[in-house]
Ligand binder design. Structure first.
Ligand code: SME
Length: 154
């Protein structure tokens, strides 16, 4: 997708999410709403969803796309790395990422963004996958960080 188109789509999506999020502060409801919007508006995601920390495991939360792994092997793969380092990770080619967990063999590139609760503790990640290499860039990182920051904001 062209850079300008990407900006425009994300800007519209953020405005729409702000409006939708006035309905409730419930994080799971917001996660479900965000995944539906991202999946349908950003044509280059074949999977987008959340993994939440539950009793020490990263378990799949609301998502859209093909069937996902329910539980991620601890401290392995992109989601755990983003979680443990508490930072956004852009992976241009998943085959070059040691320990990458392929829930779907279609996966070629990926971005994972941390989610913080109201006390700024990391409690989940937002993950988006593409079936093409080099899909995600600084624009995706910026706007997905913004989406992530909206989940637990009043
Ligand atoms: N690829 C991720 C696992 C989740 S799926 O992409 C939906 C990882 O390596 O953590």
């Amino acid at each position: 997708m062209e850079t300008t188109q990407k900006f425009t789509r994300y800007q519209r999506l953020i405005a729409q999410l702000k409006d939708l999020f006035t309905a409730t502060t419930d994080p799971v409801s917001r996660m479900a709403t965000a995944t539906a919007l991202l999946y349908h508006k950003m044509g280059y995601f074949y999977w987008v969803g959340f993994y939440r920390l539950v009793d020490g495991d990263l378990l799949v939360g609301p998502y859209q796309g093909t069937l996902a792994c329910q539980k991620l092997k601890q401290n392995t793969g992109v989601c755990w790395k983003a979680f443990n380092q508490n930072q956004t990770i852009v992976v241009p080619d998943v085959h070059q990422f040691p320990g990458h967990i392929a829930c779907d063999p279609k996966s070629q590139s990926e971005i994972v963004v941390p989610i913080h609760d109201t006390k700024n503790a990391i409690i989940a990640v937002l993950d988006a996958d593409s079936d093409k290499l080099n899909t995600f860039d600084a624009i995706d990182a910026h706007y997905l960080d913004l989406v992530a920051s909206m989940i637990y904001t009043g």
